[in-house]
Write a protein that binds this ligand. Structure first.
Ligand SMILES: Cc1cc2nc3c(=O)[nH]c(=O)nc-3n(C[C@H](O)[C@H](O)[C@H](O)COP(=O)(O)OP(=O)(O)OC[C@H]3O[C@@H](n4cnc5c(N)ncnc54)[C@H](O)[C@@H]3O)c2cc1C
Length: 476
C-alpha cells in the first residue's frame, strides 16, 4: 500500500515539476504511443470515428517491426481463399490457434481475434491494402496467410489516418504515463520531443502500441536468460518502452517464458529476408555432426529452441534438386538466398558436407537412414516426422543430385508476450482489474499467443487489437 502511494506521488510530482519548468502540454482525445501496425490501425479506426488522435513514434520513420516483417496476415474465410478453393472457418482458426498456443493462450483474446478477423481483412482491403498471395505459414494446416507488402500496408494506414485528421509525430518518444491521483485514471503521456518534455493529455485514453523488446537484452535476460544474447532482426525501436510504462503502473504480464527464436535465418549479417523454411518443402535439418535433432515439420519456433542448443547454434537445412524445385514453387525467398550466395551446392553429400564443415560420414548415414525410413514406412520413424509442415504433405527422399545446404540458426523476430489485456484491449493489473484509461495493442501485449505462435497472427493481432482499442475508446 505504502509503495502504491509512493509511486502515485512520484508520477504526480513528475507532472507538477513538468508544469513548473514550463513543459508544453497538448490535448487530444486519444494518445497512441508507437507508430507500427497496431498504433496506425488504432489511429485510422479512432480518427474515422471522429476522435482527435495523436500518434507518437520515437523513430524518425513509422513502421517498426511491421515495416520489416514478412507481411503475412492470418485470416479465415476470405474471398481470396474461396477463389483458390481453400476451405476455412472461424472454428478451424480458433481450434488451431489454441492448439499452437499449447492451450496456454487466453481463449477470450483468441475469440476477440476471431470475432474481428474477417471484418479486418475487408477493412484493410477497403482502405487500399493489396493482398498479393496466399501461403501456408508455420502452425497452420491450410493456406490462410494472406501476404501484403509491409511498406504498402504502413503507407496506406498512415495516409488514411492523416486523411481523417490524425496527427502523426515522429522523433517523439513516450517516456512515462501519468495517472490522476484522485481517480487513478491514466490521463496523459509524458514524452520527449527535440530534447524537451511535452505532456500529451488524453481526454479518453492512452493506447500503448510500442511493439516488443527483442533489442533489450536486460529485459530478455530477466524472463528467458537463454535468449538474452540471441540474434534479433526487428524494428529499431523494440526496447520494451511500453511494457515498462504499463508495468510501472502495476500491469500484469503474460506469456513471458515463451519468447522464442524463429528457425531458418542465415547466421551471418542482419538481412530480414535471409530466412527460409526449406524444411517445410522437404529438407531435413542437421547439426555439425551431420545428425538430425528434431521433427522438421513442427512449428519453426519450437525448432528454434532446439537449434540454439546445437554446437554454436548453427545448423544446416539439407535438400536435393527435387526439393529445391518444390521449394521454389511453394516458398518465397529461395531466389534471394541463392542470389546472395547463401546456399552451398555439391554433386555428392560427402562433397557438400566437406564444403560447409559438417561431418561427411555423419551426413551420409543420416540421409540414408531418413530415405530408408520414408521408403519403408511412408514416414520418418526417428523423430516421427509424418509430413512436410504441421503433419501435412508427403515426405520426399533426398536422393536427386545436386545436393544443397543452407546454414541456418534461430533469430528473434519478436517477443510476442507482455502486458495483460482483456478482450477490449484494456490493460489489466496484477489483481485482474483494468487500469482505467490504459489500452494496449500489438506486440507489447501478452496472452494471445500462449506458448506458440501461428504465422500471420502477430501482424494480424496488431491490426485487429489496434482497432479493438480504438473502437472501445470511441464507442460513446
Ligand atoms: C523480420 C520479421 C518478419 C515478421 N514476419 C511476420 C509475418 O509475416 N506475419 C506476422 O504476423 N508477424 C510477423 N512478424 C512479427 C510482426 O511483424 C510484429 O509482431 C508486429 O508487426 C508488431 O506490430 P506492432 O505495431 O505491435 O509493433 P511495431 O510494428 O514494432 O511498432 C511499434 C512502434 O512503436 C515505436 N516505439 C517503441 N517505443 C516507443 C516509445 N517509447 N515512444 C514512441 N514510439 C515507440 C517503435 O519505434 C515502432 O515503430 C515479423 C517480424 C519481423 C521482425
Amino acid at each position: 500500500m505504502l509503495k502504491k502511494v509512493t509511486w502515485i506521488w512520484t508520477i504526480v510530482l513528475v507532472l507538477m515539476a513538468s508544469v513548473l519548468v514550463g513543459a508544453e502540454s497538448r490535448e487530444y482525445d486519444i494518445v497512441i504511443v508507437g507508430g507500427g501496425g497496431a498504433g496506425l490501425s488504432a489511429a485510422v479506426e479512432a480518427s474515422s470515428a471522429g476522435a482527435s488522435v495523436v500518434v507518437l513514434e520515437k523513430m524518425p520513420y513509422l513502421g517498426g517491426s511491421s515495416l520489416l516483417c514478412g507481411g503475412g496476415l492470418a485470416f479465415a474465410g476470405t474471398d481470396m481463399q474461396a477463389e483458390e478453393g481453400v476451405e476455412d472457418s472461424n472454428e478451424d482458426l480458433f481450434n488451431e490457434l489454441m492448439e499452437v498456443g499449447g492451450y496456454q493462450n487466453d481463449p477470450a483474446l483468441v475469440q476477440a481475434y476471431i470475432a474481428h478477423q474477417l471484418d479486418t481483412y475487408y477493412w484493410l482491403k477497403d482502405l487500399g491494402v493489396i493482398y498479393n498471395f496466399l501461403e501456408t505459414g508455420g502452425g497452420m494446416k491450410i493456406r490462410r496467410m494472406h501476404r501484403v507488402k509491409p511498406a504498402q500496408l504502413i503507407d496506406t494506414l498512415a495516409k488514411a489516418a492523416k486523411a481523417n485528421g490524425a496527427t502523426i509525430l515522429t522523433n517523439v518518444a513516450g517516456k512515462r504515463l501519468v495517472r490522476d491521483s484522485a481517480t487513478n485514471r491514466v490521463t496523459a503521456v509524458i514524452a520527449e520531443e527535440d530534447g524537451k518534455e511535452v505532456v500529451f493529455t488524453a481526454r479518453k485514453g492512452v493506447i500503448l502500441a510500442t511493439g516488443g523488446f527483442s533489442l533489450n537484452p536486460e529485459l530478455l535476460g530477466k524472463f528467458v536468460p537463454a535468449m538474452a544474447n540471441a540474434k534479433a532482426t526487428v524494428g529499431p525501436g523494440s526496447h520494451g518502452d511500453g511494457l515498462l510504462m504499463g508495468w510501472a503502473l502495476g500491469a500484469d504480464l503474460k506469456d513471458m517464458p515463451y519468447i522464442k527464436a524463429t528457425y531458418g535465418q542465415y547466421p551471418e549479417g542482419n538481412n530480414p529476408n535471409a530466412r527460409e523454411m526449406v524444411y517445410y518443402a522437404g529438407a531435413i535439418i542437421v547439426n555439425k555432426a551431420g545428425e538430425r535433432f528434431v521433427d522438421e515439420s513442427i512449428n519453426y519456433k519450437a525448432i528454434g529452441d532446439v537449434a540454439l542448443l546445437q554446437d554454436d547454434g548453427v545448423t544446416y537445412q539439407i535438400y536435393d534438386e527435387k526439393i529445391r524445385q518444390y521449394a521454389h514453387e511453394t516458398r518465397t525467398r529461395m531466389g534471394i538466398l541463392e542470389g546472395e550466395g547463401m546456399v552451398c551446392e555439391a554433386d555428392t553429400l560427402e562433397e557438400l558436407a566437406a564444403k560447409v564443415g559438417i561431418s561427411p560420414s555423419g551426413l551420409v548415414a543420416t540421409v540414408e537412414e531418413y530415405n530408408k525410413s520414408i521408403k519403408q514406412n511412408g514416414y520418418d520413424t526417428k523423430f516421427n516426422r509424418t509430413g512436410l509442415a504441421a503433419g501435412v504433405g508427403d515426405l520426399l527422399t533426398i536422393d536427386e543430385p545436386p545436393y544443397y545446404a543452407f546454414p541456418s540458426t534461430g533469430v528473434i523476430l519478436g517477443t510476442y508476450c507482455g502486458l495483460a489485456i482483456n478482450d477490449k484491449a484494456q490493460v489489466i493489473d496484477v489483481f485482474g482489474e483494468p487500469i482505467d484509461g490504459l489500452y494496449a495493442a500489438g506486440e507489447v501485449t501478452g496472452g494471445f499467443h500462449g506458448s506458440g505462435y501461428m504465422s500471420g497472427t502477430a501482424l494480424g493481432k496488431a491490426v485487429i487489437f489496434g482497432r479493438i482499442a480504438a473502437k472501445e475508446l470511441t464507442k460513446n
